[in-house]
Design a protein around this ligand. Structure first.
Ligand SMILES: NC(=O)c1ccc[n+]([C@@H]2O[C@H](COP(=O)([O-])OP(=O)(O)OC[C@H]3O[C@@H](n4cnc5c(N)ncnc54)[C@H](OP(=O)(O)O)[C@@H]3O)[C@@H](O)[C@H]2O)c1
Length: 332
């Protein structure tokens, strides 16, 4: 039985593909020919070449598969490229779900984002909380909300679909690398000049992979499950980075209000000069850290038996993987 993984060359996909191969499953990945696909080098996977925005290529990728993990998305914390983000994340998901319905897959697990979960200050968010449509939503968050609507429409049409919602992913096999990976690399190389207070929910790559496997095997059709490992403040994260890399944190701890104003200016300029560039720190990322939103994983724990591990272990695995691949200096 072949399992399709979209986004197999991405951070989550690369970890999920390795887990599936370890389990002895036959894996097909949907990948784009002109992309950085190093995460799949040397792996025994079947490659289906194509873009999710291409309905025909997507259908070809699904053909013959009984299970699908839809991890692909254009991830962004910026305000630019709204059309591309929408087309990849909403139209692409629609194409995949329709193909899955036509082909008759047994189940599709779609990766969701905590940015598509509602939120009330001071209270951990859970699966029942809808996003406030009047909130200032970035194109990525809006697209992940719309992608969930596509899932529910497909579920109403009879597709067995489960949403596995991810928080900020930390872990190995981060080839592109991700925003979190770049912050860790900057820290390890002594190039992170400043940080800000705040906090967020982080999920270890191994935990979000486990969440996807649990969602596939035990999730209830049409349901959404949030997977997080732990909430950490940025100060706690800096302490973890210090222990893992043996290097000190930046001396500069900027007030988040000041950082927000700085990133607003940089973002406005960057969008004019280099609209496709993703600055290290965007106003969206700063706002997210300032919100200190927390997530409640009770539903995943009680229904699926989900047991999160540790963010510090995930940071260590990510760092050691970067060192192994020559991207980060060895521990001091
Ligand atoms: N990273 C996080 O902290 C985080 C947090 C919450 C939710 N999530 C969700 O987790 C999932 C995986 O994210 P990630 O961190 O692994 O992101 P990632 O490393 O950027 O990987 C995304 C993957 O999606 C592929 N992709 C994007 N657009 C595509 C298209 N139109 N057609 C085919 N493939 C396409 C990319 O391929 P290319 O290389 O060709 O671009 C890449 O392989 C996403 O659904 C994301 O929304 C991530």
């Amino acid at each position: 039985m072949t399992v399709l993984v979209t986004g197999g060359s991405g951070h989550l996909g690369a970890n999920l593909v390795r887990r599936l191969l370890d389990e002895g499953q036959a894996v097909r990945v949907l990948v784009r020919g002109d992309s950085d696909n190093r995460a799949l080098d040397g792996l025994d996977v079947e490659r289906a070449w194509g873009d999710l925005r291409d309905a025909r290529a997507t259908r070809e990728a699904v053909r013959g598969c009984r299970r699908v993990y839809h991890c692909a998305a254009k991830v962004s914390s910026g305000a630019g490229q709204p059309r591309e983000i929408h087309d990849c994340n909403v139209l692409g998901t629609r194409h995949l779900l329709r193909a899955a319905l036509d082909v008759g897959v047994d189940r599709i697990v779609v990766t969701g984002s905590v940015s598509a979960v509602g939120w009330v200050p001071g209270r951990p968010c859970d699966e029942s909380m809808p996003v406030d449509p009047f909130e200032r939503l970035l194109p990525y968050a809006r697209s992940k909300v719309a992608a969930e609507h596509e899932c529910l429409k497909a579920a109403a049409d009879g597709l067995d679909v489960v949403i596995a919602t991810s928080c900020a992913i930390v872990g190995p096999n981060d080839f592109k690398p991700s925003r979190m990976g770049r912050v860790l690399l900057d820290f390890a190389r002594g190039r992170l000049r400043a940080y800000i207070p705040g906090g967020f929910e982080f999920v270890a790559a191994r935990d979000i992979v486990e969440g996807h496997r649990l969602a596939m095997d035990k999730g209830r059709a049409g349901q959404k499950y949030i997977f997080s490992t732990a909430f950490h403040t940025v100060d706690e994260l800096m302490a973890i980075f210090e222990r893992v890399t043996g290097r000190p944190r930046p001396r500069l701890r900027l007030p988040s209000g000041l950082m927000l104003a700085l990133t607003e200016v940089v973002d406005a300029v960057a969008r004019r000069v280099a609209p496709r560039a993703e600055p290290r720190f965007t106003p969206g990322a700063v706002r997210l850290l300032r919100s200190e939103r927390r997530a409640d994983v009770t539903k995943a724990r009680s229904e699926l038996g989900y047991r999160p591990t540790s963010v510090e272990d995930a940071v260590r695995e990510a760092y050691e993987d970067f060192v192994r691949r020559g991207q980060a200096p060895t521990r001091r």
